[in-house]
Design a protein around this ligand. Structure first.
Ligand SMILES: [Zn+2]
Length: 465
């Protein structure tokens, strides 16, 4: 590991680092220690009243109790030079853009954190609450339900801001370690029929069965936090009780095994992956235990020690959509069969009537962190597994890859999936109020952005071309 000079540190982080340094002069003596600092915090975000659960369009009523509480958790880290970053994980479908923007603005105003320094990740549990302005097209709830959703969402924003504050307040000397494990319950749902899963002896990929693990130890060696991920939809369950699905059970398992430690789960590029078979609580528990066991194995084996050097870069790139349907086509869809497409068409027509043209591009968040020599790539939306494979090819096989970060904008297909079509490549767009498929350069635009961020963090010579 080569320690960066100030000139090598990415501009955005360097500037905020200077600002934080200047604002915390009393901490200078600690900031020059050659160790990380880390702080963790958690808050219970379980709705206090019955609400609609997020993720499926075929539920027909609000929640009915709690299987286990929903959590938001934060890990703050600070490197030897005082550069900070915060990862927020959550038992949520994902943070919709408007909400994510508001939270990140407030984190900027309150704590001086830039976009590059914040990751807001959702586990993509389908047993969490519907959030403000997110996927309203797919839920058949009445108009008055939105008031409750907005009230919860605004309260959640306050909770996340306070959560990050608590994690920052708790910053204390720590050591960071990383490694990848493996577990294999994710199944490519596009290429294997769910109904025949138990008779299928030749499961088809692609898949990403890596279990990225970041271990955060206190100075005395005790486990402060363990961050881990997996590239698979949190869709074991489809009932009416609040639950973190298999990621929730995995975190409970790890926290029970390591009293005093906080377990944080992040979702990877599992947009086209399901935990199969599924649909029972014991299966969700089983997958949670499998994932926790994979993490335990990594913790027990030697891990890479991460030097206390942080680099963080963030970009919002323009992703192009293919040409939207015209008014005539929307009128036809709006008058068609009741359902998601019809509701979406009505919303699009209302937009046009108000003089608002349909979107032809979308600002897509791409983010890269380097914790010592551990690369962490964070992408927005429901990203298909092809990206995990391609990005590991560019950034290295040990790269940690998060999806469902900072914006739950919709599915993010590779060119292959886009051309194949189907749900992840085409028909899910209307659910997310995107009027048409992505343009065919989606993968090349994202790949170019990742390469650019890698170069900015000094990986240019290491990233493979
Ligand atoms: Zn999904």
């Amino acid at each position: 590991m080569v320690m960066p000079s100030a000139g090598e540190i990415a501009g955005s982080v360097w500037f905020i680092g200077v600002a934080l340094f200047a604002a915390s002069v009393c901490c200078n003596a600690q900031a020059v220690d050659d160790v990380w600092k880390a702080g963790v915090a958690r808050c219970d975000i379980t709705p206090q009243e019955p609400m609609w659960l997020a993720g499926y369009g075929n539920r027909d009523r609000p929640s009915e109790g709690t299987l286990h509480p929903l959590w938001a958790k934060a890990l703050a880290v600070e490197d030897a030079e005082g550069h900070r970053a915060v990862l927020v994980t959550s038992d949520l479908l994902g943070f919709p853009k408007a909400m994510s923007d508001r939270i990140r603005d407030r984190l900027g105003d309150t704590f001086g954190l830039l976009r590059a320094q914040i990751i807001l990740n959702g586990s993509h549990t389908h047993s969490g609450p519907v959030l403000e302005d997110s996927l309203y097209n797919i839920y058949p709830f009445e108009e008055d339900e939105t008031e409750k959703i907005e009230r919860y969402s605004r309260g959640l924003e306050d909770q996340i801001v306070a959560l990050v504050g608590n994690a920052l307040t708790g910053l204390a000397p720590a050591r960071l370690f990383s490694a990848n494990g493996v577990t294999r319950f994710a199944v490519n749902r596009r290429n294997n029929a769910e109904t025949q899963i138990l008779d299928n002896h030749d499961l088809k990929g692609p898949v990403d069965h890596a279990v990225p693990v970041l271990k955060v130890a206190r100075e005395d060696g005790a486990l402060l936090a363990v961050v881990f991920g997996y590239a698979c939809h949190a869709t074991t369950l489809n009932a009416y009780q609040w639950c973190g699905d298999y990621p929730g059970f995995a975190q409970l398992e790890l926290e029970a095994a390591h009293p005093g430690a906080t377990a944080l789960f992040f979702a990877g590029c599992g947009a086209d992956q399901n935990p199969l078979p599924r649909r029972t609580v014991p299966l969700a528990q089983q997958y949670g235990r499998e994932l926790a066991a994979a993490v335990e194995r990594v913790l027990a084996d030697p891990m890479k020690t991460l030097a206390p050097s942080l680099k963080a870069e963030y970009a919002e790139i323009e992703l192009a959509l293919s040409p939207p349907p015209n008014r005539e086509e929307l009128v036809r869809l709006a008058g068609g069969q009741a359902g998601i497409t019809q509701r979406a068409a009505k919303r699009f027509l209302a937009s046009l009537d108000q003089g608002r043209p349909l979107p032809i591009t979308y600002p897509y968040p791409v983010q890269l962190w380097r914790l010592g020599d551990q690369t962490v790539l964070s992408l927005g939306g429901e990203v298909v597994v092809d990206y995990a494979i391609a990005m590991k090819g560019i950034l290295g096989p040990d790269t940690f890859i998060m999806a469902f970060s900072n914006d739950l904008l919709g599915y993010v297909p590779s060119l292959r999936v886009l051309r194949e079509g189907g749900y992840e490549g085409d028909t899910s767009q209307m659910e997310y109020e995107l009027p048409s498929k992505w343009a065919e350069d989606i993968e090349s635009r994202i790949t170019a952005a990742v390469r650019e961020l890698a170069a900015k963090t000094g990986m240019g010579e290491n990233a493979r071309h």
